[in-house]
Design a binder for this molecule. Structure first.
Ligand code: SF4
Ligand code: SF4
Length: 57
C-alpha cells in the first residue's frame, strides 16, 4: 500500500521529498503528492514529516 498524505495537515515543507529513496513524492501546488506506482511503502516519509501528515498502511 502506498503512502497517503493528509492534504489538510501537509504544510508543503518538502521534507518527505528529500527523505523518499524512491523519488515517489513531489510537491504540487503547496502540497505533497505520492506517485503510488513508485512508492515502496518503506515509511521513511512518515518519520520525516514534521506534521504527521503521512500514513503507510
Ligand atoms: S513510503 Fe517510502 S517509498 Fe513511499 S513515499 Fe514514503 S518514503 Fe517514498
Ligand atoms: S514532510 Fe509532511 S508537511 Fe512536509 S511536505 Fe511532506 S507531507 Fe507535507
Amino acid at each position: 500500500m502506498a503512502a497517503k498524505i493528509d492534504k489538510d495537515t501537509c504544510a508543503g515543507c518538502g521534507a518527505c521529498v528529500d527523505a523518499c529513496p524512491a523519488e515517489a513524492i513531489k510537491i504540487e501546488g503547496d502540497k505533497a503528492v505520492v506517485v503510488e506506482d513508485s512508492c515502496v511503502s518503506c515509511g521513511a516519509c512518515v518519520d520525516a514529516c514534521p506534521c504527521s501528515a503521512i500514513t503507510v498502511e
